[in-house]
Design a protein around this ligand. Structure first.
Ligand code: PAF
Length: 279
């Protein structure tokens, strides 16, 4: 496993790779957990070479968010990746990514204005900006993103499709702790007690699925069930409970029909967590 710290070193290495070798890419912000590692595993199975990037992207944090305190432990991340025998870990500096002129929002889509985009307007412009810059440098055949960040995944798939990019986006399933809490780097901020309370998020999604399986199609009833279950954990502040159609990400007002994304965003002691199911 090689660790490359600059774009120029990365470019030199990239030129040595024959076009007949497929390249899989797992972009991350570090603080690697089982979710990231499952994407790494998928890439190792799927492509000839696997590249993981670690870059905490300042542009996807607002001024009052946790950029400064976001968990960073490069040594621990590299130790984990070594066990998987990935080919390259790319750990660029700010200037490697944002060094060339222009800080335009590369891709600004109406899809980016709902759900997470409504609560965190800076987030998707920042994510799509960095992902497109990383794609330019890494030039992968495949790129892996988890379904836990469902809207991010949908927007990246849309960006790649709309730009006619040859990169294939491969979704990875949400990986969960034993109690059902979706793995996230931000879980590191939670105490054991807070983690236990946060399990209610997936519990409510599972109950929503059961209700839908039983034939209930009224979105209001499903939202109410989720809200009632969430209300049993007093330390959890609900930001949104949402049921959107996959085409357009608009809220389902009445009957649920076709594929929907049911998602929840909560705040526990100023730590924001999201989770979802596709149904
Ligand atoms: O999902 C993440 O960790 C980040 O949003 C990503 C895709 C690495 C971009 O910074």
């Amino acid at each position: 496993m090689k660790v490359l710290y600059t774009s120029s070193d990365f470019n030199c290495w990239r030129k040595t790779i024959s076009p007949s070798n497929s390249v899989g890419f797992v972009p991350t912000m570090g603080a690697l957990h089982g979710g990231h590692l499952s994407l790494v595993e998928a890439s190792l199975k799927n492509a000839d070479m696997t590249i993981v990037s670690i870059f905490v992207n300042p542009k996807q944090f607002s001024k009052d968010e946790d950029f400064d305190t976001y968990p960073r432990d490069l040594e621990d991340d590299l130790n984990k990746l070594k066990q998987y025998n990935v080919d390259i870990v790319f750990v660029p500096e700010f200037g490697d990514i944002y060094g060339y002129p222009g800080d335009a929002v590369v891709f600004d889509d109406p899809f980016s204005k709902t759900l997470e985009g409504a609560s965190r307007p800076h987030f998707f412009p920042g994510v799509l900006d960095v992902v497109s810059r990383l794609f330019n440098i890494v030039n992968p055949n495949f790129a892996h993103f988890g379904r836990k960040d469902a809207q991010q995944l949908i927007l990246i798939e849309k960006m790649v499709g709309d730009l006619g990019s040859p990169i294939t986006i491969i979704p990875g399933e949400t990986i969960r702790e034993s109690g059902g809490l979706a793995m996230s780097s931000r879980n590191e901020y939670l105490t054991d007690e807070q983690k236990k309370s946060a399990e209610v998020v997936f519990k409510s999604l599972k109950s929503a699925k059961k209700l839908l399986d039983s034939g209930v199609v009224d979105s209001g009833v499903v939202r109410e069930l989720i809200n009632n279950i969430m209300a049993t954990e007093k330390i959890i502040e609900v930001d949104y409970v949402s049921i959107v159609h996959l085409d357009g990400l608009l809220e389902v007002d009445h009957e649920i029909g076709g594929e929907v994304l049911i998602s929840i965003a909560v705040v526990i002691n100023s730590i924001r967590l999201i989770d979802n199911i596709f149904y």
